[in-house]
Design a protein around this ligand. Sequence first.
Ligand code: NOJ
Length: 543
Amino acid sequence: MSGGQQWWQTAVVYQVYLRSLADANGDGTGDIAGLRDRLGYLSDLGADAIWIAPWYSSPLADGGYDVAEYCDVDPVFGDLDQADALIAQAHAVGIRVLLDIVPNHTSREHPWFLAAIKGDPAARARYLFRPGRGEDGDQPPNNWISHFGGPAWTRMSGPTGAPGDWYLHSFAPDQPDLDWSNPEVAADFEDVLRFWFERGVDGFRIDSAHGLIKTAGLPDLSDSPTRHGHPAWDQDGIHDIYRRWRSIADSFRPPRIYVGEAWVDDPGRLARYLRPDELHAVFASALIRVPFRAEALRARIQQTLDTAEMIGSPVTWSLSNHDTVRHVTRYARPQPATSENSAWYRRQRGTGPADLALGRIRARAATLLALALPGTTYLYQGEELGLEEVEDLPDQLRQDPTWRQSGHTDPGRDGCRVPLPWSGDGPTLGFSPPEATSPPWLPQPEHWIDCTAAAQASDSRSMLTLYRTAIWLRRDHLLDAGPVTWIDTESDVLAFRRGRICCYLNTGSEPIALPPGKLLLASETRAGSMLAPNTAAWLTAQS
Ligand code: NOJ
């Protein structure tokens, strides 16, 4: 904590996609024991907290975002003893632990859903089953589309085996949506929160936090919906849920926290989630959707800061996560002029070649930008190693449901989830132990042999060294540095000051002269007082 701020207002949070972090038991999938082995690495990196993707019992149809039992750990990841040991060990090295709760939907394998499809009325009432439209009920109950492509409804067989009702799934058919107007659903999730809080977790990231309540009657989506206008998202009733959740978090010592994944564009509506008796923070995708262009970055940063000020919330920054193309690859292709081209940051197939060396240079610069801003920064595992999106995974190995549901037009998110390279030149680059019985669940590119954590640790010019240095300097110089003040500079340059620290980013094609001041850190070696294209620097101002 610094200057009266709470830890979650300034933290560097490292996002752990457990399947791909480190595999201790050699089955090719990352696990809790593997994460425990890497806590020293995360502590050296300067992480204040980790956010762990769902580790609950799950058929892993959507990487664990399809939960079959919320109060247990999937055997592929470990068990409750491992979870307890991880929490204790993380706390011992000063790292807080955030879990990921998935309240919008369960797995199709959850006992509630299994009972529901056998006809148990109480279990059925936990989900959104509806009769179909049309004479034979063979049309979905409404026109909603699943996030992963295709209709948001799947039809089940009735008790006699004849086609029956449909159930709603905002994501894959493996993820039936819960009916949050059912008080039993609400009560069960409150027990889940307590279960994990009692085990010592410091908070939750809330998956699809704005989606739990649907408009009564599940009406058709009109032709031009806004996010608020969509009957499945951001409905007013959601806030009662978070008020109850907040009172649970506040009843623990120390109080626990919630960070919502809430895709709500309207600042006024977003602010409602952050009222003092609701969530602590929400994710802003601010930097993910912005091209590497000074003007676009500045505009989005200012807009994000304005929103945060208006709603009185801490700002959260991230460059990548487990759902988006890794930023090394985003920056490796021609950058659109503005952020308006919303398709640019998505996965692309068959687009032009990626200049990964350029992408990495820009990624280094963007890291200094993100870490210089006020607020919380979320790092996605592997970005500190400069990993790129793996775009050439063999199609038959792809596991993300998006691939299947898009009719194989969207390659899905597997490319940012490839197991990390830790050390050596063995077949798994240290991801699994040498005696492993199975290969990593997704194959690692051969050239990752050059970017293992071990290889980078002793290289003063590596991405890992840059991250470590920047995070530790941030702790010393930037946590209490105050708000952003923009510095006027030439176009293609973004510059701001916080307290005595100035951050310069040159996204243009010509070097620029830096003002006098002591260089704290640069993303590339600097030539004299010039800042090269695609680089950033932190300076201590003279006055
Ligand atoms: C958002 C998560 O980040 C994503 O990975 C998941 O597929 C969906 N929610 C559904 O749970």
